[in-house]
Design a binder for this molecule. Structure first.
Ligand code: AMP
Length: 444
């Protein structure tokens, strides 16, 4: 199938072709015809699958078809996203795809001044991309009229619920007109999501691509076992040795992100952190510097990283494994996008073996272990509990978590036999990394 088969307006096709897209991605091939038919859609797809164009292109096509008085702008399409970065990204994509169309679009989110957004809305906006809090603020202040919304997209609904936006979402739904076309995108379908879908969608068609729990084939995944107090040293070493120019590094905490950036800068590696405690200006600047390769390393927490979309991001590093296994799949999905190959590297200390085991279970395969020369593991170091999902990779670690983890102290990486040495990537997969008792700290 090509884009020409999808019955899209030539001006939309022109913009798409300029992006260098030759073929619709699977989610696009499935979603576009259904949306064009006017159907409500429940879509299982995560970022990186091309879902934004999957809903934006038919949305624009439908907006073109409906006869609206020339020059009159009102919010006809609304896209709700969980994070500012995703909102900005989706807004950018929509602006790109609609560049030859007579529509105006705007992005509104919190953390920045509201007045420029009000000014823009006053001028007239056809397509609005928003995070829930700021949207409700604008409506509450009487600055935004949503009574003409015909097309509504709830993007990354699972993440919205994770972030506690359920009440805001319900308030938004209550404001919107009842008769409109609705799309809901989510990477997972919990009971809560199903309930939300029941409330929002009218006789929806379900489409699903590349389930979240299967990590993409085009991403090579490796684990570097290392002692906790040498994680940063190993990261700096790998960045230099492999000459990585653009690497996204994940930490579990904001504090950990800040500390790592300081240490990398001390090693003369240009880096910046992006997380919720940073001002929007700082986040935008860090992202822009990373995109244009002014900085080589962007250190992010899970939530801040949502919506970061950089074509061909070659390397993602888990400096600390996430305590939620699904977040691992989300993280590594930042690389290997839209058919490109990518590499996901996890720097793992003995404390994190339970997390690693759970991740391998989720992705249904062991991850190759590489032992980097000069970074031998000290077998005398015993696992320390990671409290509340925090602490791995942080020097000194944290306190004990109520003695639930006694048996973890026995753990190790299962000896060198399982590990390919000297940074050669050819070795076979290692299995049975942790002779572990199962344990604690898996929940949020
Ligand atoms: P998304 O899942 O919407 O965040 O899109 C992921 C990435 O894929 C973005 O960088 C898009 O620009 C890119 N993309 C979207 N559709 C296509 C396509 N049909 N062919 C190639 N790249 C695409």
């Amino acid at each position: 199938m090509t884009f020409d088969d999808l019955n899209l307006h030539e001006k939309i096709l022109k913009a798409v072709k300029e992006q260098g897209y030759t073929q619709p991605t699977p989610i696009q091939a499935k979603a576009i015809p259904l949306v064009l038919e006017g159907k409500d859609v429940l879509a299982g797809a995560q970022t990186g699958t091309g879902k934004t164009a999957g809903f934006s292109l038919p949305m624009l096509e439908l907006m073109m078809k409906k006869d609206i008085k020339k020059g009159r702008h009102q919010v006809r399409s609304l896209v709700l996203t969980p994070t500012r970065e995703l909102a900005a990204q989706v807004g950018e994509d929509i602006a790109t795809y609609s560049k030859y169309l007579p529509f105006t679009s705007a992005v509104v989110f919190g953390g920045v001044g509201i007045n420029p957004q009000i000014t823009k809305i006053k001028k007239g906006v056809d397509i609005l991309v928003a995070t829930p809090g700021r949207l409700l603020d604008l409506v509450g202040q009487g600055k935004l009229d949503l009574s003409c919304v015909e097309f509504f997209v709830l993007d990354e609904a699972d993440r919205m619920l994770d972030m506690g936006f359920i009440h805001d979402i319900k308030k938004v739904l209550a404001i919107l007109p009842p008769y409109k076309q609705n799309l809901l995108f989510s990477a997972t379908f919990s009971d809560e999501i199903k309930k939300l879908a029941d409330k929002l969608l009218n006789n929806p068609t379900l489409i699903e691509v590349a389930k979240r729990n299967q990590s993409a084939d085009n991403i090579s995944q490796v684990v570097y076992p290392v002692d906790k107090n040498r994680k940063q040293e190993l990261l700096s070493h790998l960045i230099r040795k492999e000459n990585w120019q653009q690497v996204l590094v994940f930490t579990r905490t904001k504090h950990g992100a800040n500390r790592l950036v300081k240490e990398l800068i001390r090693d003369d590696i240009n880096s910046a952190a992006i997380h919720g405690n940073k001002s929007q200006t700082a986040r935008t600047k860090a992202l822009a510097d990373f995109k244009d390769k002014t900085i080589a390393v962007l250190v992010a927490t899970d939530i801040a990283a949502r919506g970061i979309d950089i074509d061909q991001l070659p390397h993602v590093v888990n400096y600390e494994l996430p305590n939620i296994s699904e977040d691992y799949v989300h993280r590594i999905g930042r690389t290997g996008r839209a058919g490109n190959s990518g590499e996901a590297i996890s720097i793992v200390c003995v404390d994190e073996l339970d997390y690693l085991k759970n991740i391998e279970k989720l992705i249904k395969k062991p991850i190759k272990k590489i032992h980097e020369n000069g970074f031998d593991i000290d077998p005398n170091i015993k696992a320390q509990p990671i409290q509340n999902g925090r602490g791995g990779g942080q020097r000194g670690g944290r306190g004990n978590s109520q003695g639930r983890n006694q048996n973890r102290n026995q753990k190790n990486f299962g000896g060198r036999g399982n590990i390919s040495s000297r940074g050669q990537r050819g070795g076979g997969n290692s299995q049975g990394t942790a002779n572990s008792s199962r344990g604690a700290n898996r929940g949020r």
